[in-house]
Design a protein around this ligand. Sequence first.
Ligand code: ZN
Ligand code: ZN
Length: 374
Amino acid sequence: MLATQDVYSPSPNDLLRERLIQRQRVIDLQQVAFARDAAEFAAGNAWDEDGSVSAIDWLRFNCHMNAGAAANAIAVGESLEQLPESHQAVVDGEIGFAHLAVMARTAEALDDRFDEKLLVEKAKENSPGKFFYICHHARHAADPKRYAAEQSEQVEQRRLKLSTWMDGSLLISGQLDPVGGAAVLTALEPLARKSGADDDRCLEQRNADALVELASGGGSQAQIQVTSSIETLLALAGSPAAEMEFSLPVSSKTIERLACDSSIARVLLNSESQVIDVGRSKRVVSEPGRRALAARDGHCRWTECDRPPSRSAAHHLVHWIHGGTSDLDNLILLCHRHHRMVHEGGWQIVRSDDGPIVTIPPTVTFGAPARGPD
Ligand SMILES: [Zn+2]
Ligand SMILES: [Zn+2]
Protein backbone atom coordinates (compact mmCIF):
# COMPACT_ATOMS: atom_id res chain seq x y z
CA MET A 1 0.00 0.00 0.00
CA LEU A 2 2.74 2.42 0.99
CA ALA A 3 4.71 1.42 -2.10
CA THR A 4 1.77 2.32 -4.36
CA GLN A 5 1.47 5.75 -2.72
CA ASP A 6 5.21 6.37 -3.22
CA VAL A 7 4.87 5.86 -6.97
CA TYR A 8 2.33 8.69 -7.29
CA SER A 9 3.72 11.20 -4.80
CA PRO A 10 6.16 13.83 -6.06
CA SER A 11 9.80 13.37 -5.05
CA PRO A 12 11.50 15.89 -2.71
CA ASN A 13 13.32 17.26 -5.75
CA ASP A 14 10.04 17.75 -7.61
CA LEU A 15 8.68 19.67 -4.66
CA LEU A 16 11.84 21.76 -4.43
CA ARG A 17 11.67 22.63 -8.13
CA GLU A 18 8.03 23.62 -7.88
CA ARG A 19 8.67 25.69 -4.75
CA LEU A 20 11.47 27.65 -6.44
CA ILE A 21 9.32 28.43 -9.48
CA GLN A 22 6.36 29.54 -7.34
CA ARG A 23 8.49 31.66 -5.01
CA GLN A 24 10.17 33.45 -7.93
CA ARG A 25 6.77 34.12 -9.47
CA VAL A 26 5.65 35.82 -6.25
CA ILE A 27 8.88 37.85 -6.23
CA ASP A 28 8.35 38.86 -9.89
CA LEU A 29 4.83 40.12 -9.16
CA GLN A 30 6.08 41.99 -6.11
CA GLN A 31 8.79 43.58 -8.27
CA VAL A 32 6.17 44.77 -10.76
CA ALA A 33 4.21 46.36 -7.89
CA PHE A 34 7.47 47.86 -6.57
CA ALA A 35 8.28 49.22 -10.07
CA ARG A 36 4.93 50.97 -10.30
CA ASP A 37 5.51 52.72 -6.96
CA ALA A 38 9.14 53.49 -7.84
CA ALA A 39 8.04 55.32 -11.02
CA GLU A 40 5.47 57.33 -9.04
CA PHE A 41 8.16 58.11 -6.47
CA ALA A 42 10.63 59.22 -9.17
CA ALA A 43 8.01 61.54 -10.70
CA GLY A 44 7.25 63.18 -7.35
CA ASN A 45 9.38 65.16 -4.92
CA ALA A 46 9.58 62.84 -1.89
CA TRP A 47 13.22 61.96 -2.60
CA ASP A 48 14.06 65.64 -3.00
CA GLU A 49 12.49 66.43 0.39
CA ASP A 50 14.88 63.92 1.92
CA GLY A 51 17.86 65.67 0.34
CA SER A 52 18.70 62.82 -2.05
CA VAL A 53 20.41 63.60 -5.34
CA SER A 54 17.91 61.46 -7.27
CA ALA A 55 15.15 58.91 -6.80
CA ILE A 56 17.68 56.20 -7.70
CA ASP A 57 19.96 57.40 -4.94
CA TRP A 58 17.13 57.36 -2.39
CA LEU A 59 16.20 53.78 -3.42
CA ARG A 60 19.84 52.67 -3.19
CA PHE A 61 20.15 53.72 0.43
CA ASN A 62 16.65 53.14 1.77
CA CYS A 63 15.66 50.00 -0.13
CA HIS A 64 19.17 48.51 -0.10
CA MET A 65 19.45 48.16 -3.87
CA ASN A 66 22.24 48.71 -6.35
CA ALA A 67 21.82 51.56 -8.84
CA GLY A 68 21.10 49.25 -11.79
CA ALA A 69 18.22 47.51 -10.00
CA ALA A 70 16.75 50.84 -8.87
CA ALA A 71 16.97 52.32 -12.40
CA ASN A 72 15.38 49.16 -13.86
CA ALA A 73 12.47 49.38 -11.41
CA ILE A 74 11.79 53.00 -12.38
CA ALA A 75 12.11 52.23 -16.12
CA VAL A 76 9.65 49.31 -15.84
CA GLY A 77 7.19 51.38 -13.80
CA GLU A 78 7.36 54.22 -16.31
CA SER A 79 6.69 51.96 -19.33
CA LEU A 80 4.25 49.50 -17.78
CA GLU A 81 1.23 51.06 -19.52
CA GLN A 82 2.92 50.64 -22.93
CA LEU A 83 3.67 46.99 -22.19
CA PRO A 84 0.27 45.35 -21.58
CA GLU A 85 1.17 42.00 -23.16
CA SER A 86 4.50 41.76 -21.37
CA HIS A 87 2.82 42.64 -18.06
CA GLN A 88 0.21 39.93 -18.65
CA ALA A 89 2.96 37.40 -19.47
CA VAL A 90 4.57 38.11 -16.06
CA VAL A 91 1.19 37.67 -14.34
CA ASP A 92 0.78 34.36 -16.18
CA GLY A 93 4.26 33.24 -15.14
CA GLU A 94 5.47 33.00 -18.77
CA ILE A 95 8.25 35.57 -18.40
CA GLY A 96 9.99 37.12 -15.41
CA PHE A 97 10.65 40.63 -14.17
CA ALA A 98 14.14 40.37 -15.67
CA HIS A 99 12.53 40.04 -19.14
CA LEU A 100 10.26 42.99 -18.35
CA ALA A 101 13.23 45.20 -17.47
CA VAL A 102 14.87 44.43 -20.85
CA MET A 103 11.53 45.03 -22.58
CA ALA A 104 11.14 48.44 -20.91
CA ARG A 105 14.64 49.54 -21.94
CA THR A 106 14.02 48.37 -25.50
CA ALA A 107 10.65 50.17 -25.70
CA GLU A 108 12.38 53.32 -24.50
CA ALA A 109 15.18 53.00 -27.08
CA LEU A 110 12.96 52.06 -30.05
CA ASP A 111 10.11 54.46 -29.34
CA ASP A 112 7.51 54.16 -32.15
CA ARG A 113 9.40 51.31 -33.83
CA PHE A 114 8.90 49.08 -30.80
CA ASP A 115 6.96 45.90 -31.63
CA GLU A 116 5.80 44.43 -28.33
CA LYS A 117 3.90 41.50 -29.85
CA LEU A 118 6.99 40.21 -31.64
CA LEU A 119 9.34 40.68 -28.70
CA VAL A 120 7.06 39.19 -26.04
CA GLU A 121 7.05 35.93 -28.01
CA LYS A 122 10.86 36.01 -28.06
CA ALA A 123 10.88 36.71 -24.31
CA LYS A 124 8.76 33.62 -23.64
CA GLU A 125 11.15 31.41 -25.61
CA ASN A 126 14.44 32.70 -24.22
CA SER A 127 16.29 33.27 -20.95
CA PRO A 128 16.57 36.94 -19.87
CA GLY A 129 20.26 36.94 -20.91
CA LYS A 130 19.53 35.64 -24.41
CA PHE A 131 16.55 37.99 -24.68
CA PHE A 132 18.83 40.93 -23.84
CA TYR A 133 20.92 39.94 -26.88
CA ILE A 134 17.86 39.60 -29.11
CA CYS A 135 16.68 43.08 -28.10
CA HIS A 136 20.06 44.56 -29.01
CA HIS A 137 19.68 43.05 -32.48
CA ALA A 138 16.17 44.54 -32.71
CA ARG A 139 17.57 47.95 -31.76
CA HIS A 140 20.21 47.66 -34.48
CA ALA A 141 17.66 46.54 -37.07
CA ALA A 142 15.35 49.46 -36.27
CA ASP A 143 18.04 52.12 -36.45
CA PRO A 144 21.66 51.11 -37.29
CA LYS A 145 22.85 54.74 -37.14
CA ARG A 146 21.50 55.38 -33.66
CA TYR A 147 22.94 52.06 -32.45
CA ALA A 148 26.36 53.09 -33.78
CA ALA A 149 26.00 56.50 -32.09
CA GLU A 150 25.18 54.81 -28.75
CA GLN A 151 28.25 52.58 -29.03
CA SER A 152 30.39 55.64 -29.76
CA GLU A 153 29.03 57.24 -26.59
CA GLN A 154 30.14 54.16 -24.62
CA VAL A 155 33.63 54.68 -26.00
CA GLU A 156 33.61 58.16 -24.42
CA GLN A 157 33.20 56.52 -20.98
CA ARG A 158 36.51 54.69 -21.40
CA ARG A 159 39.19 55.13 -18.76
CA LEU A 160 42.10 53.20 -17.32
CA LYS A 161 43.56 54.28 -14.02
CA LEU A 162 47.02 53.06 -13.14
CA SER A 163 48.35 53.99 -9.69
CA THR A 164 51.56 52.81 -8.14
CA TRP A 165 51.33 52.07 -4.43
CA MET A 166 54.00 52.82 -1.83
CA ASP A 167 55.27 49.24 -2.04
CA GLY A 168 55.57 49.49 -5.83
CA SER A 169 52.47 47.41 -6.67
CA LEU A 170 50.40 48.64 -9.59
CA LEU A 171 46.68 49.18 -8.96
CA ILE A 172 44.58 48.96 -12.14
CA SER A 173 40.96 50.02 -12.46
CA GLY A 174 38.88 51.23 -15.36
CA GLN A 175 36.16 50.73 -17.90
CA LEU A 176 36.24 49.82 -21.61
CA ASP A 177 33.51 49.98 -24.23
CA PRO A 178 32.11 46.58 -25.34
CA VAL A 179 34.27 46.35 -28.45
CA GLY A 180 37.47 47.49 -26.76
CA GLY A 181 36.69 45.14 -23.88
CA ALA A 182 36.16 42.25 -26.27
CA ALA A 183 39.54 42.93 -27.89
CA VAL A 184 41.22 42.79 -24.47
CA LEU A 185 39.37 39.61 -23.47
CA THR A 186 40.24 37.99 -26.82
CA ALA A 187 43.92 38.69 -26.21
CA LEU A 188 43.90 37.65 -22.53
CA GLU A 189 41.63 34.61 -22.62
CA PRO A 190 44.06 32.14 -24.30
CA LEU A 191 46.87 33.27 -21.99
CA ALA A 192 44.70 33.02 -18.87
CA ARG A 193 43.70 29.38 -19.36
CA LYS A 194 44.86 26.84 -16.81
CA SER A 195 48.24 25.52 -17.82
CA GLY A 196 47.68 21.98 -16.50
CA ALA A 197 45.89 19.91 -13.89
CA ASP A 198 48.19 21.17 -11.13
CA ASP A 199 47.59 24.84 -12.01
CA ASP A 200 46.01 26.07 -8.78
CA ARG A 201 46.01 29.80 -9.60
CA CYS A 202 42.56 31.40 -9.28
CA LEU A 203 41.04 33.15 -12.32
CA GLU A 204 42.05 36.63 -11.11
CA GLN A 205 45.66 35.46 -10.74
CA ARG A 206 45.65 33.87 -14.20
CA ASN A 207 44.20 37.10 -15.67
CA ALA A 208 46.95 39.11 -13.97
CA ASP A 209 49.64 36.75 -15.29
CA ALA A 210 48.10 36.89 -18.77
CA LEU A 211 48.22 40.71 -18.80
CA VAL A 212 51.87 40.72 -17.78
CA GLU A 213 52.68 38.07 -20.39
CA LEU A 214 50.91 40.11 -23.06
CA ALA A 215 52.79 43.25 -22.04
CA SER A 216 56.04 41.31 -22.16
CA GLY A 217 55.46 40.47 -25.80
CA GLY A 218 54.38 36.88 -25.29
CA GLY A 219 50.86 37.36 -26.65
CA SER A 220 49.44 35.05 -29.25
CA GLN A 221 48.17 36.56 -32.49
CA ALA A 222 44.58 35.92 -31.43
CA GLN A 223 42.01 37.03 -33.97
CA ILE A 224 38.67 38.45 -32.91
CA GLN A 225 35.82 36.16 -33.95
CA VAL A 226 32.99 38.05 -35.63
CA THR A 227 29.79 36.93 -37.31
CA SER A 228 28.13 39.46 -39.59
CA SER A 229 25.83 39.52 -42.57
CA ILE A 230 26.62 41.49 -45.72
CA GLU A 231 23.52 43.61 -44.98
CA THR A 232 24.96 44.50 -41.56
CA LEU A 233 28.30 45.44 -43.06
CA LEU A 234 26.48 47.72 -45.50
CA ALA A 235 24.46 49.19 -42.53
CA LEU A 236 21.16 48.53 -44.29
CA ALA A 237 18.03 49.30 -42.24
CA GLY A 238 16.54 46.08 -40.88
CA SER A 239 19.90 44.35 -40.56
CA PRO A 240 20.78 42.73 -37.22
CA ALA A 241 23.90 43.85 -35.36
CA ALA A 242 27.06 41.78 -35.81
CA GLU A 243 28.04 39.29 -33.14
CA MET A 244 31.44 39.21 -31.55
CA GLU A 245 32.93 36.89 -28.99
CA PHE A 246 32.97 38.39 -25.46
CA SER A 247 30.90 41.43 -26.54
CA LEU A 248 27.34 42.62 -26.85
CA PRO A 249 26.07 42.87 -30.44
CA VAL A 250 28.25 45.31 -32.37
CA SER A 251 27.27 48.15 -34.72
CA SER A 252 27.78 48.10 -38.49
CA LYS A 253 30.29 50.96 -38.33
CA THR A 254 32.56 49.07 -35.96
CA ILE A 255 32.41 45.91 -38.05
CA GLU A 256 33.25 48.01 -41.11
CA ARG A 257 36.41 49.17 -39.30
CA LEU A 258 37.43 45.70 -38.11
CA ALA A 259 36.81 44.24 -41.56
CA CYS A 260 38.74 47.12 -43.17
CA ASP A 261 42.05 45.96 -41.76
CA SER A 262 40.95 42.31 -41.55
CA SER A 263 42.03 42.17 -37.92
CA ILE A 264 39.11 39.81 -37.42
CA ALA A 265 38.58 36.16 -38.26
CA ARG A 266 35.73 36.97 -40.60
CA VAL A 267 32.52 34.97 -40.89
CA LEU A 268 30.00 36.54 -43.24
CA LEU A 269 26.50 35.22 -43.63
CA ASN A 270 24.07 35.80 -46.48
CA SER A 271 20.41 36.51 -45.76
CA GLU A 272 19.70 32.78 -45.41
CA SER A 273 22.34 32.61 -42.64
CA GLN A 274 24.63 30.44 -44.75
CA VAL A 275 28.31 31.02 -44.24
CA ILE A 276 29.72 32.49 -47.45
CA ASP A 277 33.18 33.64 -46.42
CA VAL A 278 35.11 32.19 -43.53
CA GLY A 279 38.39 33.44 -42.19
CA ARG A 280 41.14 35.14 -44.11
CA SER A 281 40.66 35.78 -47.81
CA LYS A 282 42.43 37.50 -50.67
CA ARG A 283 41.20 40.85 -49.38
CA VAL A 284 43.62 40.70 -46.49
CA VAL A 285 46.64 42.93 -46.96
CA SER A 286 49.58 40.57 -47.57
CA GLU A 287 52.71 40.71 -45.41
CA PRO A 288 54.85 42.21 -48.24
CA GLY A 289 51.98 44.68 -48.90
CA ARG A 290 51.96 45.64 -45.23
CA ARG A 291 55.76 46.13 -45.20
CA ALA A 292 55.56 48.29 -48.32
CA LEU A 293 52.82 50.37 -46.68
CA ALA A 294 54.87 50.77 -43.48
CA ALA A 295 57.87 51.85 -45.55
CA ARG A 296 55.87 54.36 -47.59
CA ASP A 297 53.82 55.95 -44.75
CA GLY A 298 56.22 55.46 -41.80
CA HIS A 299 53.50 56.23 -39.24
CA CYS A 300 49.79 57.07 -38.93
CA ARG A 301 49.04 59.50 -41.76
CA TRP A 302 46.68 61.72 -39.75
CA THR A 303 48.00 65.27 -39.45
CA GLU A 304 50.61 65.50 -36.70
CA CYS A 305 50.13 61.87 -35.56
CA ASP A 306 53.22 59.71 -35.40
CA ARG A 307 51.99 56.36 -34.09
CA PRO A 308 54.27 53.69 -35.59
CA PRO A 309 53.13 51.06 -38.14
CA SER A 310 53.01 48.36 -35.44
CA ARG A 311 50.24 50.37 -33.72
CA SER A 312 48.40 51.27 -36.94
CA ALA A 313 45.89 49.66 -39.26
CA ALA A 314 45.97 49.40 -43.06
CA HIS A 315 42.93 51.54 -43.86
CA HIS A 316 41.27 51.01 -47.25
CA LEU A 317 40.37 54.41 -48.75
CA VAL A 318 37.67 52.62 -50.74
CA HIS A 319 36.42 49.78 -48.53
CA TRP A 320 36.62 46.30 -50.05
CA ILE A 321 32.89 45.91 -49.44
CA HIS A 322 32.47 48.72 -51.99
CA GLY A 323 34.93 47.19 -54.43
CA GLY A 324 38.19 48.72 -53.16
CA THR A 325 41.39 46.70 -53.64
CA SER A 326 44.21 45.97 -51.21
CA ASP A 327 46.76 47.57 -53.54
CA LEU A 328 49.13 50.10 -52.03
CA ASP A 329 47.43 53.08 -53.68
CA ASN A 330 44.15 52.27 -51.91
CA LEU A 331 45.77 51.96 -48.46
CA ILE A 332 47.00 54.37 -45.81
CA LEU A 333 48.24 53.77 -42.28
CA LEU A 334 45.95 54.99 -39.49
CA CYS A 335 46.45 54.44 -35.75
CA HIS A 336 43.69 52.84 -33.69
CA ARG A 337 42.14 56.14 -32.59
CA HIS A 338 42.18 57.76 -36.02
CA HIS A 339 40.95 54.61 -37.70
CA ARG A 340 37.97 54.65 -35.32
CA MET A 341 37.33 58.35 -36.05
CA VAL A 342 37.05 57.56 -39.76
CA HIS A 343 34.74 54.55 -39.48
CA GLU A 344 32.66 55.25 -36.37
CA GLY A 345 33.22 58.98 -36.07
CA GLY A 346 32.23 59.94 -39.59
CA TRP A 347 35.47 61.76 -40.48
CA GLN A 348 36.42 61.70 -44.15
CA ILE A 349 39.84 61.36 -45.67
CA VAL A 350 40.77 62.91 -48.97
CA ARG A 351 44.20 62.30 -50.47
CA SER A 352 45.62 64.89 -52.79
CA ASP A 353 47.66 63.78 -55.81
CA ASP A 354 50.98 64.91 -54.34
CA GLY A 355 50.66 62.91 -51.14
CA PRO A 356 49.34 64.77 -48.08
CA ILE A 357 45.92 63.81 -46.79
CA VAL A 358 43.12 66.15 -45.79
CA THR A 359 40.77 65.21 -42.96
CA ILE A 360 37.21 66.52 -42.97
CA PRO A 361 35.19 66.46 -39.73
CA PRO A 362 31.66 65.03 -39.67
CA THR A 363 28.91 67.54 -40.35
CA VAL A 364 25.93 65.48 -39.22
CA THR A 365 25.46 63.73 -35.87
CA PHE A 366 22.93 61.01 -35.30
CA GLY A 367 21.21 59.65 -32.23
CA ALA A 368 19.68 61.00 -29.07
CA PRO A 369 21.51 61.83 -25.84
CA ALA A 370 22.17 58.84 -23.60
CA ARG A 371 19.80 58.14 -20.76
CA GLY A 372 21.37 56.78 -17.68
CA PRO A 373 22.22 55.16 -15.52
CA ASP A 374 21.39 51.61 -16.61
ZN1 ZN B 1 39.54 51.52 -42.32
ZN1 ZN C 1 46.90 58.55 -35.67
